[in-house]
Design a protein around this ligand. Sequence first.
Ligand code: MSP
Length: 649
Amino acid sequence: MKKKTFFITTPIYYVNDVPHIGHAYTTIAADVVARYKRLAGYDVFFLTGTDEHGQKVQQAAGQSGKDPQAHVDDLHVRFKELWVRFNISNNDFIRTTEERHKKVVHEILQKLYDEGEIYKKNYEGWYCMPDERFWTEKDLVDGNCPECGRKVEKINESNYFFKMGQHRDWLVDYINQNENFIQPKSRRNEILGFLKQPLDDLCISRPTERLSWGIPLPFDYSDYVTYVWFDALINYISTFGTLDKIHACDYWPAAHHLIGKDILTTHSVYWATMLKAIGLPLPQNIFAHGWWTVNGQKMSKSLRNVVEPNHLIDQFGVDVIRYFLLREVPFGLDGDFSHKALIGRINSDLANNLGNLLNRTLNMLKKYFKGELPKPDTKGDEDAPLVAKSAEVIKEVDRLYGELAYSKILAKIWEFLDAGNIYVNDTAPWNLAKTDDGKKRLATVLYNASEACRVIAILIAPFMPETADKMMTQLGIDTPIEKQGLDSIKKWGWIKSGTQTHQGAQIFPRIDDKAAAKILESVDIGGNVETKADQKSESDDKGQITIDDFMKVDLRTAKILEAENVKKSKKLIKLKVDLGTEQRQVLAGIAEAYEPEQLVGRTVILVANLKPAKLMGLESQGMILAGSNGDAIILGGFDSDLPPGVRVK
Ligand code: MSP
């Protein structure tokens, strides 16, 4: 039977940029899904690449005295090499300067031109040189570019336009009818808001006298090159060859285009309308993730705080970084990178939880069975809940992959890890080993604990492929993980009795306080931002906090979906709130000031990274901000609408 296909993409990265954790983030996220789907038996195609045309490349090449092609030939390698280091399993790496790509861009331009979808007109507008974009007078903010704030120039010239404006109505309908087309929901609303205005036609050419480093227009070859976005977006299909081949190919439409929030309009409006005009179906999903800041600040060369992934890999290893980026922040929200948080995760999640279960299991196998996996023997009450938990987690993880809820997937896998550790605690193998009868039960316990480790290895393999392989080696399993596949964990008991296990070194050793202090001391981003910030907060005796301290509080807009009084409590109201990418239960002490019905639909401010706490036996996952002058309690809010999940600072 033919396998089901699955196509996933990352943006193609500007070749001029030095790859940083923001780029690595999208690529790792795409890689995890690609690996998972392969494990699940899909025929996966995973595409990434580099965006190599445009003004900035032309300028940079000029400054280094190089021909632009030689310049991009040199630079694109930085991305390719980084993806190899990160164990990225892409099936293709496309470069927009490759002939195969240019051919498809030409074919599409010519087709749209012949069909009257592209026309030429004289145009006067404001042009932002660095962003290579035209703006209308009403778009400008204080006379400057609305995107980057820099100066714009008035330009009057003839250009070619794609008739994008005519597509507005069906696009709005399409977005309304296809809930999953743009995610998260807050981004979908953002695009629907954008489409409330009339949609302009898209200028898709640049005169060669201004910019020559681009793909020449096939119907006006010597005078114009293609606008870099029109060229770049086509990479998602040019990987498959000519239009005929694309139509015939099983991978299109893509299951997911993963992108950052800054390039949402180009994907959900430009690309969607281009595809419609070309006659191709739209991607099933465009998911816009948030941005990483560093210790609360935007990453930038001038602040010297660009987190360089190669350094992180050298210091912590590939899997730790892959894990951290996807565990720390819900996909879709902005996140803040700090070495401190990274070390915290290594110690609590990886060394303590994951390392612990594998280590103690292998240790006891060695001690009581010379490392050889025994045949399960006496059953016990603790077994069935462990097996049931495994099935529940596997099912839920699969569902969460559909939502690209990476952080929740990992949290779910860790629930099973906890269940494994509890199983070992409850069965107390060290006591069982004392009697002959106990030893029969011990055989079952260690068999189950080993199978639990294997299930975990398979579930974490998409996130941490090297770790999963190491776990398999220590468990003595030589069948590659891809061969075992996801099906092998759907039924308990794949691992064979008699397998000789090999306890090796701790997979994730703890970073003790001394080593952690040394690492933080050596961090050189933004001039030791992390350690300096710490010193400042310690030495401050006026009760003031630094901006870094403040930025640790993750304040978000949250929309109240449901509200009800907590039984037997005069003060508490139980709320269900929408954070854009997830829903949470929060308890607020506002029952004396508000009726539950008054609250539904309001947008409030939530402390989103507050440790969950139990109040009257109910979990509260965050805190809502309100002010009080003694008797009246008034909820904080905004004087006009903001979507849920927006960071408040
Ligand atoms: N070349 C275009 C994309 C064309 S796709 C047809 C481009 N390139 S980029 O290199 O500037 O950005 C690539 C991706 O990196 C974007 O999705 C962007 O959101 C992401 N990031 C850049 N900085 C980032 C962070 N600080 N954090 C997270 N992602 C960020 O745009």
